[in-house]
Design a binder for this molecule. Sequence first.
Ligand SMILES: [Zn+2]
Length: 98
Amino acid sequence: MAFKNRRAAKAIAVLPCEWCGWTAGRRHAAHIIDEIKSAGEGRWNALSLCPNCATVFDEVIRPKLYRALKEFGATNLPPSWSKDNKISQAIDEALEES
Ligand SMILES: [Zn+2]
């Protein structure tokens, strides 16, 4: 999820993509845990991601980490990690409308 604090977002997005190292294109600041709406002290909850990596992170990595951690026995995991946010949200909304 994108940052609302533009100053923090700008400071994070100047970094290379923290997933692939991309520096030539646009990057943006993303929260690791969407439920926490800040970068956190030391910016532990922030990533600079290029558009491709942001999509992979949201739609593949977080749901897989959620499943793996849950299988491992971890509890109190961020609900936002439980599913592919964008696609699942669109499906949920479509189902609610029908
Ligand atoms: Zn990247």
